[in-house]
Design a protein around this ligand. Structure first.
Ligand SMILES: CC(C)(COP(=O)(O)OP(=O)(O)OC[C@H]1O[C@@H](n2cnc3c(N)ncnc32)[C@H](O)[C@@H]1OP(=O)(O)O)[C@@H](O)C(=O)NCCC(=O)NCCS
Length: 171
């Protein structure tokens, strides 16, 4: 369903059975970012409902043996008919820099376009400089840091890309 992944990886839609398996990799994949507080924050960002009600717009990438290699949780905005939203994305650190994150976003962009969506939004923590560099490289425009955006002490940088100005495939 997604071409251009490195050899040995395959993608499929997310499923409810993936919930605990994805939670189990978050701390390692995020490198323990923001310590205990960060771990709690990440776990709470992925309740089971995403694995029940957002599966048709979310992807899981696996190795041939079924080990999780990457995931992207996204959805079409309910209130903004021209927009889609990437809620959470992660790639196994062993695979960083091989284009897996880009391929997942390109697949999500194609899906969003097929539903008539022009903009894709997402947010990340100001501390997550890798995420900010990645999204900027993909063509997203960052906001200034938004203090307390997701609650007290939960500052965020918001990113938006205009798909009408973005390339349709990996260059
Ligand atoms: C951010 C993340 C998803 C990127 O995935 P990835 O598969 O390594 O990224 P890609 O290989 O597809 O990189 C795409 C582009 O972004 C750039 N990029 C990726 N990570 C980068 C980093 N840490 N610093 C600078 N640029 C980076 C790449 O160089 C590449 O640019 P290029 O087209 O010029 O080669 C991955 O590092 C990750 O899972 N991090 C931990 C979880 C996380 O922070 N998720 C995002 C917040 S929810």
């Amino acid at each position: 369903m997604i071409n251009d992944l490195p050899a040995g990886l395959r993608a499929r839609r997310l499923a409810e059975e993936d919930h605990l398996r994805v939670l189990a990799v978050l701390d390692a994949w995020w490198g323990g970012l923001k310590g205990e507080a960060g771990a709690r924050e990440r776990a709470l960002l992925l309740p089971r409902l995403y694995f029940q009600h957002f599966t048709t717009t979310s992807f899981l990438v696996e190795h041939g043996d079924g080990e999780i290699a990457a995931f992207l949780v996204g959805f079409l905005s309910q209130t903004e008919p021209g927009a889609a939203y990437v809620h959470f994305v992660g790639v196994d650190p062993a695979l960083h820099g091989q284009g897996v994150g880009r391929v997942l976003y390109q697949a999500f962009f194609a899906l969003a376009r097929s539903h008539g969506r022009r903009y894709v939004h997402c947010v990340t923590s100001p501390e997550n400089t890798a995420s900010q560099a990645f999204h900027t490289r993909l063509g997203f425009t960052p906001s200034a840091v938004k203090p307390d955006y997701d609650g007290p002490g939960l500052d965020r940088v918001a990113f938006t890309i205009d798909l009408s100005a973005a390339p349709t495939a990996t260059p």
